[in-house]
Design a protein around this ligand. Structure first.
Ligand code: F6R
Length: 241
């Protein structure tokens, strides 16, 4: 793991966007793994700035998002599909047909999950994956558990995740309790990974990810076994290292 400590979330966003930009410039058909939540927003803003000054062309770029809630449609204001269009895709020239966000709608979620993994494989695999980290050490919606879940699957969100996501909904009852998420195996197959954490409420999870044992009770700790991970932290998130 390469650990980089920056002064604030905006500086991290510019640095992470620089890594995405390098991939797109090197290979205009590259496959990018995207995340939602507050953490990637400065990165997406910096990518939009680079697009606006004509450095980047997203026309042939493919994307795969990490996860999506179960039980709210794509048109819902808090769906991750909508989040991606509001915060990035509608602001660059990406082709909607190249965008993939898990879509748990069929009667058989297992088929949806298998189809998502198959689509990633068919695209040639993810070149660069961006991740945030949950307070409980989750990556995507792989919550702490006894074993690392491998492929894309349906998960029951933990109390800590539901509480953390409450800020986006009117009240806690409206927060979906299930999600469809890429598994740890799907994430670890990415050729390169960026994980970003900012703020002191992420410091414990960051410590467990970097200094703890590889343990499914801190899903992010598995990243210690990946050969190309850059960890971007601000001083608060790095305060327990
Ligand atoms: C989002 C995702 C989650 C978030 C994590 C941190 O697609 O997969 O794992 O990255 O919950 O969320 P924020 O960035 O809102 O603190």
């Amino acid at each position: 793991m390469e650990i980089k400590i920056y002064k604030d979330a905006e500086s991290i966003g510019r640095a992470a966007a620089g890594m995405f930009a390098a991939k797109i410039i090197e290979n205009p058909k590259c496959v990018l793994g995207m995340a939602t939540g507050s953490t990637p927003l400065p990165t997406y803003n910096a990518l939009i700035e680079l697009y606006n000054i004509n450095v980047l062309d997203f026309r042939m770029v493919k994307t795969f998002n990490l996860d999506e809630y179960v039980g709210i449609g794509r048109e819902h204001g808090q769906s991750y599909y909508r989040f991606m269009f509001d915060n990035l895709f509608s602001k660059v020239n990406i082709s909607p047909k190249n965008v993939h966000v898990p879509n748990p709608v069929s009667k058989n979620f297992e088929d949806d999950c298998a189809a998502y993994d198959a689509a990633i494989e068919k695209s040639g695999g993810i070149d660069l994956q961006i991740l945030g980290i949950g307070h409980n050490g989750h990556i995507a919606f792989n919550e702490p558990s006894k074993v690392f879940p491998f492929g894309t699957h349906i998960v029951n969100l933990t109390k800590s995740t539901i509480e953390a996501n409450q800020r986006f909904f009117k009240n806690i009852d409206e927060v979906p309790k299930k999600a469809m998420t890429m598994g740890i195996g799907s994430i670890m197959k990415a050729r390169e990974i960026i994980i970003i954490a900012t703020g002191k409420e992420k410091a414990e999870a960051v410590k467990a990810m970097i200094k703890g044992n590889v343990d499914p009770m801190c899903p992010a700790s598995v990243l210690q076994l990946h050969h190309k991970v850059t960890v971007f932290l601000d001083k608060e998130a790095a305060s327990l290292l």
